[in-house]
Ligand binder design. Structure first.
Ligand code: GLV
Ligand code: MN
Ligand code: MN
Length: 428
């Protein structure tokens, strides 16, 4: 009998704790960005766990850590399972990470079970989903999806290091980036498990949910320029960039609320940043998301007009740089179905009867996921796991062992449900 201790929720959570120690921040805070020494360290750990689960491993040309377990015959297209190992600043320990480590545990269970599937299983630990270091998100998954843009090579981090230089420092060859790209023929689909990052499951007393679609997002860097000067300057002669930015930020929030969109200004920098000097320049980020790309794009046009109007009134200048755009992505009917089947199987009582309870919830994800990029190649499905208070992108991110145990059972059952029906129906 194989030892399945490695595939328990306790082990997966212990591994999440271990990865959390690979951080660039002191005092137990977590930050792990793309192409950093911490990225290399967690790739090495994940690779070891993948091999322990029976997979062959490799790091691809974008720094994504990959593993593969062959199916009934070598070389079959794969069901890709994955998520990301990078984090935001002051992150929690489960966003992305739980999905990767859960996928490795599920592959180990299936391998130990001895059933050979009509497809291979691959696990990918994406190196960049958050976009923390270079501003543009989904770099790892976009490399795999073959949607990498050459313009990204000149993106810089806060220290002025270009993406190209960071590749070289990590031991990667920028000229080889296209070899990270996979094709539609490589895959039968993509499944991602992820914490919900919202309150809906908790409010409905359900541990697991099915993602229906993922909201499209656009990110911008907005620079407002006025004139720095003495804080004693009279009102008639002031061109205060921070006052203009503040008016714009509040107006953006109002506009987004009215349009049923989500807008976040999470970064603001002021120059020269002194108590007795009028701000000559203010830079802020904007992250704009919505269920429908058309609504989001229409709101952005209104925001642009609003920025121009506010700045014209205040004698300021505004410049806008779009740093990221990702269209909304829909989870296929087929993979929504296998996730539902997986949740149902995980809720089955010991006597085989379905546990009493409501049908699993379908949720729109306002958070972005690697699945959005992979959708360019193959159909996607996602399983959400309840997280305490819906809190994420924060050290307080938390899940229970019981929920993770159910999630692992459901994810495994979803893979097996797909194997049962694979070839019976065309992708939705
Ligand atoms: C990633 O977590 C995002 O939604 O931006
Ligand atoms: Mn995140
Ligand atoms: Mn994530």
């Amino acid at each position: 009998m194989p030892d399945l201790a490695n595939t328990s929720a306790a082990t997966v959570l212990g591994r999440c704790d271990e990865l959390a120690t690979h951080t660039s921040l002191p005092d137990g805070l977590i930050e792990r960005v793309y192409l950093s020494p911490q990225h290399a360290a967690v790739n090495a750990l994940a690779a070891g766990w993948m091999r322990g689960a029976g997979m062959n491993t490799w790091q691809d040309a974008a720094g994504n850590q990959c593993g593969r377990l062959e199916g009934a015959t070598p070389g079959l297209p794969a069901l890709l399972l994955g998520s990301h190992l990078d984090t935001v600043p002051s992150a929690g320990r489960y966003d992305g990470i739980l999905g990767v480590l859960g996928a490795i545990a599920v592959v180990e269970r299936i391998n130990a079970g001895g059933r050979r599937l009509p497809f291979a299983l691959e696990v990918v630990a994406f190196g960049d989903e958050e976009g923390t270091r270079f501003g543009t998100a989904l770099l790892g998954s976009r490399a795999l999806a073959g949607t990498w843009l050459d313009a990204w090579w000149e993106l810089t981090d806060e220290a002025g290091t270009t993406l190209r230089a960071a590749f070289l420092a990590f031991g990667l060859d920028p000229a080889a980036i296209t070899s990270a790209a996979r094709t539609s023929n490589d895959f039968v689909g993509y499944l991602e498990a992820h914490i919900e990052q919202g309150p809906v499951l908790e409010e409905n007393d359900q541990p697991l949910g099915i993602v229906s679609s993922i909201a499209g997002a656009r990110r911008f860097q907005i620079t407002i320029t006025g004139k720095a000067g003495h804080s004693g300057t009279p009102w008639t002669h002031r061109r205060d960039a921070l006052a203009g930015a503040s008016e714009a930020i509040v107006a953006i929030e109002r506009l987004a609320r009215d349009a049923d969109l989500i807008a976040t200004v999470g970064h603001l920098a002021v120059f020269p940043d002194a108590v007795n000097v009028i701000a000559g320049r203010a830079e802020f980020s904007l992250d704009l998301r919505g269920r429908f790309d058309t609504d989001r794009d229409m709101a952005w046009q209104q925001i642009e007009a609003l920025l121009e109007e506010i700045c014209a009134t205040r004698g300021l200048h505004v410049a806008v740089d779009q740093t990221h755009t990702a269209p909304a992505a829909h989870c296929s009917d087929r993979l929504r179905g296998v996730i539902a089947a997986g949740i149902g199987a995980a809720g089955t009582r010991a006597d085989g009867a379905p546990a009493a309870g409501p049908a699993p919830l379908e949720l729109l994800s306002m958070a972005g996921h690697d699945a959005m990029a992979v959708a360019h190649l193959t159909e996607i499905g996602m399983l959400f796991v309840r997280c305490a208070g819906g809190v994420s992108h924060h050290p307080d991110e938390s899940v229970t062992e019981a929920d993770v145990a159910q999630a692992l059972d459901a994810f495994e059952a979803a893979v097996l449900a797909l194997a049962d029906t694979h070839g019976d129906e065309a992708p939705a």
